[in-house]
Design a binder for this molecule. Sequence first.
Ligand SMILES: [Zn+2]
Length: 420
Amino acid sequence: MEPADLRIDIGRLLDRLDELGEIGRIDGPNGEWGNARLALTDDDRAGRDLVVAWMRDLGLDVAIDAIGNVIATRVGTDPSLAPVMVGSHIDTVGTGGRFDGNLGVLAGLEIVETLDQHRIGTARPLQVAFFTDEEGARFAPDMLGSLVYVGGMPLEEALDVIAADDGARLGDELERIGYAGPVPCPTATPPAAYLELHIEQGPVLEAEGITIGVVEGVQGISWTEVVIVGRSAHAGTTPMRLRRDPGYCAGAVTTFVRELVGELGGGQVGTVGRIDLYPNLVNVVASRVVMTVDLRNPDDDALEEAEGRLERFLAELAVAEGVEISTRRLARFEPVAFDPVMVGRVEDHARRLGYSTRRMPSGAGHDAQMLARICPTAMVFTPSVGGLSHNIAEFTEAVDLEAGANVLLQVVLGELGAVG
Ligand SMILES: [Zn+2]
């Protein structure tokens, strides 16, 4: 068979997605189901073990690096050439879907199996990777594993990150689950190219009836932790004018973020996703609040403007309410533009296969934006039903998964140099 006529086997891909999804499975009330595999938990270990077993079954050479990234290699015929890498992540948020990340990794394994089945060799090696802690739900920042892989964060600093929920140290958890590997990180052998297939996680493709999203880049991301310290007091006896109330301030910050986004317009979005009140009791004015603000924009100047206005608002609020407000940056990534040549190839292959396409930015962060620092990179998006993601009802139709994986296969084959 000619390489241009090769197609993946959607049945095999769906089987692997289902089997991986059984680990940390969450069932909803209406038949929907998703996953909780927070980074470096026992369920993450079980998911990793399963995918690594599949990699070994396919005869791949499995390497685990010092931050727990797993990179499996199918050899090429020309040892002097750098590999082409496909990948994503298999960790999830606490109430995640079963396609986010998993699709990109398991589509990589499906490509390997398709090439093996048709006895197709390639000049360059093919690598299938999954990166540690992409979600950042347990250990901030997100995309931590790929960030360390490309040299964007020192390994020691990453190993010392403390979990937001349970206080565990990342390096200790990595050792505990057996994924503190021997391969040095950051990598000494960057790939020749990186490609990531991912669900859109937004409503645009479905709304426009388009099958393949050709991703041109990723918007800038700014995460800030805000700590507000006031004074605990009795909810009945303390006059309003004498209160220093962090609970009120948390509400004011949340409202401000919504109003700020409305005023700035354009591509600006903003979210308060976490508010922890202490002591969190019905009849006590809170003494302290820890909350987060997530700001994103495809335009870095506009994102800086949003950050500056939030900062000024917090300073004014602290004075007006008599509280102390401190901030800590949890993540800050500039917008990323993918390689225009690679982006064009994704579009060309998708059209040749007969799929409708649309160029678009990514609203979510992805490992691809880190890999873009060290090699030509592009992404392929498939539609998300209802635009849902980070939700157990996240779903993508099999026909769309198949389309995305076939586009990935063809782009990768072009980069690998098929030798029949
Ligand atoms: Zn993802």
